[in-house]
Ligand binder design. Structure first.
Ligand SMILES: Nc1nc2c(CCc3ccccc3)c3nc[nH]c3cc2c(=O)[nH]1
Length: 374
């Protein structure tokens, strides 16, 4: 497998590293945050705005696009990049997780995941082969294997059973990918529930297949922060350092910092975009909510230290007015700010690692995090 990942600089004190991930549609600097564009759109923003904020890879969802408008329609329209006018890299999830979290009456069988569409109740069977076929129709650059996302909490026996089924699905996914998907990259996903021995076992099995990169799955499913870190460490301990690691669904700035320290390269999370639509904004001194009356007459920007379009042009009072009035503009202005915050945060992490100052960066983050709101 040609090397699609190059480590640039390692932090001497921690497992943090910067690197470059090469897809056929461009180079991605890591550690990277990948904005979520579930239904072929990063909600409320144009692709030019997402790219202008610095994003070089976005995520899309196989489950959603399969159900609507359908991968065959998107394929007829030239694939997802053409369809949504996004020329850079796209990573698509396999649908395993969404079937669990969204579909009705999901039944896990050896063949695949049988479910009813949350849109019209129609029944489908999502198999590893079909998942790869859908991702090929979308023509995504990084394709995820079909896995079962183990619920939390879950018994040891059930976690073991689902982990072993996942390994069989991943083998089938890889075979399907090898048959006619070689223009893209394929990532494996480790599972193991919240059991350290199953986490190590799953990582060892996945590491022995021939994937371009490895995702750590089954986390950020409602478990406590410390348990997530513990299971992350168990998984990472058995994954090769030279391949990219992707921690699925993570997370808050603090989660990202802790995971980068342990050698994770790729992140995705709905927080910046979803919180934006709920009026919750990230700042260098913690989060603020536009619902609070204290901002009614506040002329300052969201974050005085932020250089984004929203902070350079609008006050908290104006944003709160828009939010309380239900003016749609606020969803765009808040999303611009939150995505800018996350993408700048990642640039700060990469810069600190390159300059050998990652520990200092982390310490500074924790000091600022507890500051009283300004
Ligand atoms: N396939 C898979 N996806 C997960 C996601 C969705 C990430 C995603 C990818 C692409 C688009 C949207 C979302 C998780 N989100 C939070 N925890 C998660 C765990 C898993 C998991 O174990 N397996």
């Amino acid at each position: 497998m040609a090397s699609i990942f190059q480590i640039e600089k390692k932090c001497p004190q921690t497992g943090a590293r910067t690197g470059f991930l090469f897809t056929r549609r461009g180079v991605i600097e890591t550690p990277v945050f990948m904005p979520v564009g579930t239904q072929a759109s990063v909600k409320t923003l144009t692709p030019e705005e997402v790219s202008g904020l610095g994003a070089r890879i976005i995520l899309a969802n196989t489950y959603h696009l399969f159900l609507r408008p359908g991968h065959e329609l998107i394929a007829r329209h030239g694939g997802l990049h053409r369809f949504m006018n996004w020329p850079r890299s796209i990573l698509t999830d396999s649908g395993g997780y969404q079937v669990f979290s969204l579909a009705k009456l999901c039944k896990i069988e050896e063949e695949g995941a049988r479910f009813q569409s949350h849109l019209d109740g129609q029944e489908y069977l999502l198999t590893p082969e079909l998942s790869m076929e859908i991702q090929a129709g979308l023509d995504s650059d990084i394709r995820m294997v079909l896995d079962t996302c183990i619920p939390y909490p879950c018994s040891y026996d059930e976690a073991k059973r689902l982990t072993e089924l996942t390994h069989r699905w991943e083998k089938r996914s890889l075979l399907a990918w090898q048959k006619n998907h070689r223009e893209s990259l394929v990532f494996g996903i480790t599972q193991g529930g919240m059991f350290e021995d199953l986490r190590r076992y799953s990582a060892r099995v996945i590491a022995n297949f021939d994937f371009h990169g490895h995702a750590i799955g089954g986390l950020s499913v409602g478990e406590p922060h410390d348990l997530m870190i513990e299971m992350l460490e168990a998984s990472l301990s058995e994954l090769p350092e030279e391949k990219p690691r992707y921690l699925m669904g993570v997370g808050t700035p603090q989660d990202i910092l802790e995971a980068v320290s342990r050698g994770v390269d790729m992140f995705d999370c709905v927080l910046p975009t979803r919180n934006a639509r709920r009026g919750t904004l990230f700042t260098s001194f913690g989060k603020i909510s536009l619902k609070q009356s204290r901002y009614k007459d506040d002329e300052r920007p969201i974050d005085p230290e932020c250089q984004c379009y929203t902070c350079r042009n609008y006050s908290r009072a104006y944003l709160r007015h828009l939010f309380m009035a239900g003016e749609l503009l606020v969803y765009r202005l808040n999303t611009i700010h939150n995505l800018h915050f996350y993408l700048c945060f990642m640039e700060g992490i990469r810069d600190a690692i390159r300059k050998g100052r990652f520990e200092e960066f982390k310490k500074h983050y924790y000091e600022r995090k507890e500051e009283s709101e300004c």
